[in-house]
Design a protein around this ligand. Structure first.
Ligand code: AMP
Ligand code: MG
Length: 364
């Protein structure tokens, strides 16, 4: 298997023990058989969406796993081109045509994502607003390297805030799109990974009947089924540490969970001793203040991705209101004063590696 270095892991089924002697004996025999029948899992790593994506499948044979990995890799590369914010593809064509007056036919690959983003933007009171591509570009985040960026001119920022591009400026009829606002520029950096993970899981379960799978894109993940005899855990990075491997907390991953984190350490540059990060508050046109990181759990990966971005913008004062509007039950927000805000539901699932200085629990 040249393209997919697979490793196998074994786990053993556990028998039920019952008091009756005969059942005990049966249980013993079963456990011996189970020890011999190893359920295998296979792993691979794929580089896509600017990050290493780790995939693990269990309960299928090696040949099928190989096919599954090949499909996932092809799908990821295709989706990355469709939805890339600045490289030539279906989205950049849509953006170009949005800037001109009139109606045009959009590529079928972008329409469902636009529609989903419209719903999520509305639910978040437009704090998640992927129509602000011009602002994201002005701050210099529509490029791979931004260490040498400088802070843009305030007048330019204010002009783009005043232009007020919104997802509701886009009207879709079949494959025809009309943009009411010429300043709409779509940047799906805050949602595309979630949308891709959701699509991949549903495609692989339907096409190959896979029931146990986890796909982890640099700490943002979706899982279904079981992955071994021990539950999966995901580490939540300490946003105050420069070491990306220092964990602040860990969360057990259940079947059907999508867990997404937005953090100000992901993409940033320094200017005047300040961290200029990539999550922009559409109301001010500046990088969102107060939050360091937000982690969200939701069954739908697209919603989890958009919500983590929206709640980061909402910050400590508004996150409860926006989480409720978006229907998000599990939230963990760390602010720049080291306060930790959680919903009770999240607190029940999280294990702190570093005890929070000040823990504020929201009980609905
Ligand atoms: P995430 O890491 O999922 O929070 O996504 C951050 C990315 O989303 C940025 O790099 C931008 O491409 C884009 N983005 C920045 N600010 C916003 C916003 N307020 N709403 C939607 N997308 C945004
Ligand atoms: Mg996001």
């Amino acid at each position: 298997m040249p393209n997919h270095p697979l490793t196998t892991q074994a786990y053993n089924a556990k028998p039920n023990h019952r008091p009756a002697k005969i059942l005990l004996l049966l249980a013993f025999i079963l456990s011996v058989i189970a020890c011999q029948q190893k359920v295998e899992s296979y792993k691979t790593s794929i580089f896509s969406f600017g990050t290493v994506i780790e995939v693990e499948v269990a309960g299928i044979n090696e040949k099928l796993a190989e096919q599954v990995f090949k499909t996932i890799e092809e799908d990821l590369q295709r989706m990355h081109v469709y939805w890339h914010p600045w490289q030539a593809g279906a989205l950049s064509r849509t953006n170009k045509l949005c800037g001109m007056a009139g109606t045009f036919s959009a590529a079928i690959s972008v329409i469902p994502l636009i529609q989903k983003a419209q719903v999520l933007a509305k639910q978040s009171d437009n704090l998640f607003n992927p129509a602000i591509g011009n602002l994201i570009q002005l701050w210099g985040f529509q490029q791979d390297e931004f260490e040498n960026n400088t802070v843009p001119d305030d007048a330019e920022i204010q002009a783009l805030v005043k232009a007020n591009p919104r997802m509701s400026d886009i009207h879709i009829s079949g494959v025809r799109i009309t943009c009411d606002n010429p300043d709409v520029r779509l940047d799906f950096g805050g949602i595309a990974k979630g949308f891709a993970l959701e699509k991949i899981i549903s495609n692989i379960t339907q096409t190959y009947g896979v029931k146990n799978m986890i796909i982890n894109a640099g700490g943002d993940l979706k899982a279904i089924g079981k992955h071994g005899d021990r539950p999966w855990h995901i580490g939540i990075r300490d946003p105050f540490s420069t070491d990306k491997n220092t964990a602040f907390a860990s969360i057990e991953v259940n079947s059907g969970d999508s867990i997404f984190t937005s953090g100000n350490y992901e993409r940033y540059y320094m200017a005047n001793n300040k961290r200029i990060h990539h999550i922009i508050d559409p109301r001010t046109g500046y990088p969102a203040k107060d939050s360091m990181s937000v982690t969200v759990i939701h069954p739908d990966a697209t919603t989890a991705d958009a919500a983590a971005t929206a709640l980061f913008v909402a910050g400590p004062k508004q996150w409860v209101e926006i989480a409720q509007k978006m229907g998000i039950e599990y939230v963990l927000l760390i602010d720049d004063k080291q306060n930790v805000y959680v919903t009770q539901a999240m607190l029940d699932r999280v294990k702190f590696v570093k005890e929070p200085k000040n823990l504020l629990v929201f009980r609905p």
